[in-house]
Ligand binder design. Structure first.
Ligand code: CMX
Length: 463
């Protein structure tokens, strides 16, 4: 525990020396992590010593040429994705999390900081612990001046995701891990500096992401200051200019919490893990992850869904029927395009995140009656049947992106090229958690073996 003699007992000190106000008798995230790390280290050590040669699966040719689907090759503790049931965060389903994870004092949706705590420690935080973490994030949330200037200098026409990646990588100027590594630290200390960077990065994402939004879509209008009494997304919503809209803010909290982690193999999480395994600092690792997220088969799908649904709306007009939607789906498929928001690399059922976001919409009359949300709902009723008949996708059901953008659109956040940035703010929770754990567990440089086509053929013939 890093409580410092020179500080009052109500302050905790991070490895890089930042003092944070502490609520009486609550643990900090650092302390909670410190408690759980030794047992995990021991568990892994034992596994390595006793079962290193145990076999956990076969490698088939289809794994190698099929994007490594189904190949068990990564360690990732915070969440596990079951093809049928969907995601569990340290064993908790989405409905479990909705029951137990603390919400904002004036809300009922999961606070992303409570999800972060769960992902990092495997434990449910108390409301006080969550509040304390919110405060720490708000206190660290200002951007360095040079990053503001850097972002302001970018052309408005540069995609918001490109800008986000640039901003995140530039934040490595202040990397505690990099500075400590240069000084020369013990391997056992890596995780504490990595944690410092991860917390700093998460705390700065709202100001960075909101600055990009205002520069690109609101002529660089001035942002309010970060409110130290608000949670991460309360501030994000306020910085974007939507703080007055309680429903949108609550939706953002839920969306950002639920989208925070989806086990390790998805392209963005895996990229952060791979780059982090070289001991690149968390800023560089996460900026790389953001560029994986920026692909249309991954995070950019939420932008593509809105574009596609709006084009559908324009074509079929206000008299929406299942028949007209069906025709539009076939037109898309016959045009050789994928239906955005449908299918998944792992899931084989409707995505429970999609269901949770739909349930949010069902609780509010204004959302139930929203034309774009109705269109998205009706599409989800007919698309699985069409995709099954089309016969290609292994999963004809909606994924989270089928619906994630339509609530934003309904509430006036209509700039859908920005939607993946919100996903980028969210995915930091899981990807950065794993970076801390990778350092705490001393995981090595990732270096899988590649094979040429000739080499695969040779293996196949000889077997
Ligand atoms: N519409 C049309 N065809 C689809 C499809 C869809 N929504 N989903 C999959 N297919 C096709 C694939 O393109 C593939 O065709 P080919 O054999 O011609 O290459 C075939 O069905 C088999 O694909 P799959 O094994 O079912 O799916 P993959 O694991 O290869 O890909 C995914 C998964 C998500 C990339 C794919 O379903 C897709 O492109 N969906 C639309 C984009 C999307 O919604 N992405 C967001 C996913 C969630 C996220 O990561 O954020």
């Amino acid at each position: 525990m890093l409580v410092c003699a020179g500080l009052s007992k109500n302050f905790a000190k991070s490895a890089s020396g930042f003092a944070t106000k502490r609520f009486a008798s609550t643990k900090t995230l650092r302390e909670a992590l410190q408690e759980v790390i030794p047992a995990k280290q021991e568990q892994l050590k034992k596994l390595k010593a006793e079962h290193s040669q145990a076999i956990v699966g076969d490698v088939k040719v289809e794994n190698i040429i099929g994007g490594m689907r189904g190949l068990k090759g990564m360690l990732w503790d915070a969440s596990v994705l079951d093809p049928i049931e969907g995601i569990r965060f340290h064993g908790l389903t989405i409905p479990d999390c909705q029951k137990v994870l603390p919400a904002a004092p004036d809300g009922k949706e999961i606070l992303p900081e409570s999800m972060l705590w769960l992902l990092m420690t495997g434990k449910v935080p108390t409301p006080e612990e969550t509040r304390q973490l919110s405060r720490e994030l708000a206190e660290k949330g200002e951007l360095p001046k040079f990053v503001e200037q850097l972002i302001d200098s970018l052309p408005q026409t540069l995609h918001p995701m490109t800008q986000l990646g640039i901003g995140v990588s530039a934040l490595n100027h202040d990397s505690a891990f990099q500075a400590a590594y240069e000084r020369g630290i013990k391997k056992s200390e890596y995780w504490t500096y990595t944690l410092d960077d991860c917390i700093n990065l998460i705390s700065r994402l709202p100001a960075l992401a909101a600055r990009i939004y205002r520069n690109v879509y609101k002529s660089g209008s001035e942002m309010p200051a970060i409110d130290k009494n608000l949670d991460l997304v309360g501030n994000y919503s306020q910085l974007l200019g939507y703080g007055h809209n309680k429903s949108l803010t609550e939706y953002l909290r839920l969306y950002i919490a639920l989208h925070g982690d989806h086990e390790g193999g998805n392209a963005s999480a895996h990229t952060a893990h791979l780059v982090g395994s070289t001991l690149s600092d968390p800023y560089l690792s996460y900026s790389a992850a953001l560029y994986a997220l920026a692909g249309p088969l991954h995070g950019l799908a939420n932008q593509e869904v809105l574009r596609w649904q709006l084009a559908m709306q324009k074509e079929i007009g206000s008299d929406i029927t299942h028949g007209k939607i069906k025709d539009y789906l076939w037109k898309t498929l016959k045009g050789g395009q994928v239906v955005p928001g449908y299918g998944h690399g792992v899931l084989r059922n409707p995505d429970p995140r999609f269901i949770a976001l739909q349930e949010f919409c069902n609780t509010l009359p204004e959302l139930r009656e929203s034309p774009i949300i109705r269109l998205v709902n009706m599409t989800s009723e007919i698309a699985p049947e069409v995709l099954k008949e089309h016969g290609k996708t292994k999963n004809p059901y909606p994924n989270v992106d089928a619906t994630s953008g339509c609530v934003l659109y309904h509430y006036g956040l209509t700039e859908f090229k920005y939607y993946t940035v919100i996903f980028g703010v969210s995915r930091a929770l899981g990807a950065l958690t794993q970076l801390v754990w990778a350092r705490a567990l001393g995981l090595p440089l990732e270096r899988p073996k590649s094979l040429s086509i000739d080499a695969i053929e040779k293996i196949v013939k000889s077997s």
